[in-house]
Design a protein around this ligand. Structure first.
Ligand code: HEC
Ligand code: HEC
Length: 297
């Protein structure tokens, strides 16, 4: 049988032997019962009940069988729940190939993180390009433009115009406690001028990214008044009221994209998976976010 153990190892050989024994014992028991059915000789005690003259044999559980059944039940629970290291348990702490693989990946990721923790912007953008081609381009296109509307157009993402667009048409699917931002124009906000003023306030004073028109003290008050509509969800400071809504101080920046990657987006255009399953390390997320924001293609 050495050819078999060579192929399957002795654990598998034991399992095969066990299976063969089970089949043999079952065949043996079944053959006895068949013989009993055929023989005219009656044995055993009949119960008192009778259904139209048909009676049943008393069939008590054999004590040995019942005891071993109970012991097996207790062992099954012990086997699954008892901590590793105790006898007769599944060796959770023992060697496994998957465990070894995971350890190697963790060690590699640690080395990767320490090697690139102080990477400069150009290095991040370079690294981000290859991540983008592998992970994002299938939906967002090699040129980031979203393949004709199949996914978000990332060449325009994070600008004042994109923010206005999100406010007008709504945004959803990042799974914040406040849920979605329903299209605000025609809802909470009556006219487009107010949307523009509110978004201008957010862009200039909260996100502090490139505004369409420069900051102007004379319009600041009107812009702030419009922003108050938004503050009910985003907070007056735009910080998102402790993660109930996105932190708009990060809008248009790498940190916002990294948050999108961690959350995923079941949006209006389509679904983007979350990248929080270990597919990308923190540095890779930073890198691909930097690449998205860069002018590189
Ligand atoms: C009813 C609550 C609510 C109000 C009011 C609200 N928002 Fe939002 N906003 C949200 C939520 C929730 C999200 C996250 C939506 C998602 O999952 O994509 C969001 C997302 C955003 C985004 C990010 C969009 C993107 O593309 O990622 C911007 C920008 C924004 N809001 C600006 C505003 C501005 C400006 C106003 C006021 C005119 C406003 N919001 C009013 C709840 C609100
Ligand atoms: C399976 C397709 C798919 C993949 C892969 C994908 N995305 Fe997306 N992404 C989408 C779709 C669809 C949207 C638009 C969702 C919506 O708003 O309806 C989107 C939206 C976005 C947004 C805008 C979020 C916002 O605030 O509105 C960013 C930024 C983004 N993706 C970055 C990335 C990056 C970076 C990667 C790669 C690491 C990536 N995506 C991979 C489909 C994808």
């Amino acid at each position: 049988m050495s050819w078999l153990s060579e192929y399957y190892g002795y654990i598998n050989l034991l399992a095969i032997a066990g299976a063969a024994a089970t089949v043999l014992v079952t065949a043996f028991v079944v053959s006895i019962y068949f013989k009993n059915i055929k023989s005219a000789k009656k044995s055993g005690e009949l119960s008192e009940d009778s259904w139209d003259g048909i009676k049943e044999y008393k069939n008590p559980l054999p004590l040995g069988w019942a005891v071993s059944f109970l012991i097996l039940c207790i062992w099954a629970i012990w086997y699954m729940l008892a901590p590793a290291g105790l006898p007769f348990t599944y060796p959770l702490g023992a060697y496994s190939q998957i465990g070894e693989y995971n350890e190697e990946v963790t060690a590699y990721n640690k080395k990767f993180a320490s090697q690139w923790q102080n990477a400069d912007e150009a290095t991040l953008v370079n690294m981000g390009r290859s991540v983008f081609f592998a992970q994002c381009a299938p939906c967002h296109g090699l040129d980031k433009s979203g393949i004709g509307g199949k996914a978000a157009d990332l060449t325009a993402w994070g600008t004042e115009a994109a923010a206005v667009n999100s406010v007008v048409h709504g945004s959803k699917g990042m799974n914040y406690p406040l849920g979605e931002m329903a299209p605000l124009l025609g809802g909470l906000v009556e006219d487009e001028a107010t949307v523009r003023r509110a978004t201008a306030y957010m862009v200039k004073y909260i996100a502090q990214i490139k505004p369409v028109s420069p900051a102007d003290e004379s319009t600041k008050e009107a812009e702030y008044a419009a922003w108050e509509i938004c503050a009910s969800c985003h907070g007056y400071d735009g910080a998102g009221m402790e993660a109930a809504a996105p932190d708009l101080r990060n809008y248009g920046k790498a940190a916002f994209i990294t948050e999108v990657l961690n959350r995923g987006k079941d949006g209006y255009i389509g679904n983007m998976p979350a990248f929080n399953d270990g597919r990308l390390t923190d540095i890779q997320k930073q890198a691909v976010s930097a690449y998205v924001l860069s002018d590189e293609q």
